[in-house]
Design a protein around this ligand. Structure first.
Ligand SMILES: [Ca+2]
Ligand SMILES: [Ca+2]
Length: 379
């Protein structure tokens, strides 16, 4: 099944060839990929709503970008999370290759018994994924997990600051000198010079201590986790925890997007990207714990910011995933991210659904991407 709100239709032949028909709702996602667009062959035949193929420039609007890359469309159809590679391709002076983020000598915090702020999730069986969503969310399949602890909230700016203060750690975005920023005014992803965890929306912006830390790469998040005596969750652990003990529900809180008529998580109300009504009280990021917890006492498992998981991403992973304690594809180029963010809207990206999944390269930093940690139960 292809959900119409994604603004496109993917068809796969028996030989595996994919063709894509694009509707206007997908224009924003094309803007994300402007950097790649320059290098690609025009695939006019795939476009059903645009006439002709016009040349693009860095200042091009979506309307005059009609070149798309066929084989990247399917996997990232609902991706509001561009990779560093994509954004760097649009920059003339990227110094991405100069980054050196080896941090093997970082001190480790001794927190062998510290589960403060964490919730014990009892092990058990659940049905992971859905047969009623995107192709890569299927098939729904049985998974069994061991018990684990998980942070009740996304890691905050204040918590990450304590890590940096104790270790002197420098994030990848700080080393690159820029990171991915969704510019609300321009309604597109941009290269945000000076964007770091301290200044997540670009130079001069600020991050509140109680908001989720962003502009941290998968590598950065992993270093924080090790320092804290924790680790990143597997994708299965994240979904199991996010479901909060409910079975077969669309969302972490049930089947209604607006229970009692109101949003109960930080997502984008209105028409993305043109209009954000802020019905939930937040145009951008919210402080952690700003909405009711799920059945396990976990906050913001849907929305606010995407969250890194430990797993490599593969869109067909569920077809071969082991039943017991799956840990993702054995190889890959991108890591799974979960939960959706403040950018997910009904008309474009509904990844606040509990089965929603996306992916990003491990060096990517974005102003809608953070993380939380887990730790094993020591018996
Ligand atoms: Ca919001
Ligand atoms: Ca979240």
């Amino acid at each position: 099944m292809i959900r119409k709100e994604y603004g496109f239709v993917v068809r796969t032949s028996r030989a595996g060839d994919k063709t894509i028909e694009i509707t206007p709702m997908n224009k924003q996602r094309l803007a994300i990929r402007i950097g790649r667009v320059f290098r690609l062959t025009c695939l006019v035949a795939l476009l059903t709503t645009w006439q002709g193929c016009q040349s693009a420039s860095p200042s091009s609007t979506v309307e005059n970008v009609a070149q798309v890359e066929n084989n990247t469309m399917h996997d990232e159809a609902c991706q509001t999370t561009p990779n560093r590679e994509t954004l760097a391709a649009n920059a003339s002076n990227s110094n991405a290759s100069d980054a050196n983020v080896s941090v093997d000598t970082l001190p480790r915090m001794n927190q062998s018994a510290n589960t403060n702020g964490m919730v014990l999730i009892p092990g058990g069986m659940f049905q992971m994924g859905t047969n009623d969503g995107m192709p890569y969310e299927a098939p729904m399949h049985e998974v069994v997990l061991k018990s684990f602890y998980i942070d009740a909230t996304e890691v905050t700016v204040a918590e990450f600051a304590r890590f940096v203060e104790a270790t002197g750690y420098v994030t990848e975005a700080e080393r690159f000198g820029w990171s991915g920023v969704f510019d609300v005014k321009q309604a597109t992803w941009t290269r945000g010079d000076g964007a770091t965890w301290r200044t997540p929306d670009g130079a001069g912006s600020t991050a509140k201590p109680n908001e989720p830390v962003t502009q941290v790469s998968w590598n950065d998040a992993g270093e924080y986790a090790k320092w804290a005596g924790k680790r990143l969750p597997s994708e299965a652990e994240f979904e199991y925890a996010a479901r909060g003990g409910l079975k077969g529900k669309e969302y972490a809180w049930g089947d209604e997007l607006r229970p009692q008529g109101k949003p109960v998580a930080n997502w984008w109300q209105g028409t993305f990207p043109a209009r954000n009504t802020g019905e939930d009280g937040f145009i951008g990021r919210a402080q952690v714990g700003g909405f009711a917890a799920n059945g396990y006492g976990l906050y913001d498992v849907a929305g606010n910011v995407w969250e890194w998981t430990a797993d490599w991403y593969a869109d067909d992973y569920y077809q071969t995933s082991p039943r017991d304690n799956p840990t993702g594809a054995s190889v890959g180029t991108e890591r799974v991210i979960r939960g959706g963010s403040w950018l997910c809207a009904e008309n474009y990206c509904t990844n606040y659904r509990v089965a929603g999944r996306s992916h990003a390269t491990p060096d990517s930093g974005l102003n809608n991407l953070g993380f939380r940690c887990v730790r094993d139960v020591i018996r």
